[in-house]
Design a protein around this ligand. Sequence first.
Ligand SMILES: Cc1cc2nc3c(=O)[nH]c(=O)nc-3n(C[C@H](O)[C@H](O)[C@H](O)COP(=O)(O)O)c2cc1C
Length: 125
Amino acid sequence: MKEAFSEGNQVVAQAPVLIFICADPQQAMVRDGVNYYLFDAGLATENMLLAATDLDLATHAMTGFKEPDVKRILGIPDGIKVVAATPLACTSQPSYEEAARERLAARKRKSMQELVFWNSWGVAR
Ligand SMILES: Cc1cc2nc3c(=O)[nH]c(=O)nc-3n(C[C@H](O)[C@H](O)[C@H](O)COP(=O)(O)O)c2cc1C
């Protein structure tokens, strides 16, 4: 499966479990011409990331893979979209842990003033 992933994502080969989040756009809500399957898959992905983190398992969202290759390898039908992947590893596994630790250490966050507005766009407290 690692061949389906980009060069920067080869760490997936060390993860004992690799979860693919799939969606069926035919079954998703469509409103004003917008199909919400990506929103649904994003919610599901975030729930998995939070649950994994709570279990002290290193993980993160990935989209750096070739969808046709993943679908061929796993026999996923034509109408199904492979939206994201999350490698899942016990933090006791040294090589993957190293990559995960590096990822977690280099965090930069926007300030709340840049992200949260009150009553009108651009108004921060
Ligand atoms: C849509 C999307 C796709 C991503 N794809 C990859 C990826 O293919 N490989 C990767 O290493 N990180 C990828 N990332 C970044 C990580 O999943 C994650 O956002 C980053 O580690 C920061 O995590 P944090 O928000 O918990 O600090 C992606 C992020 C998003 C939002």
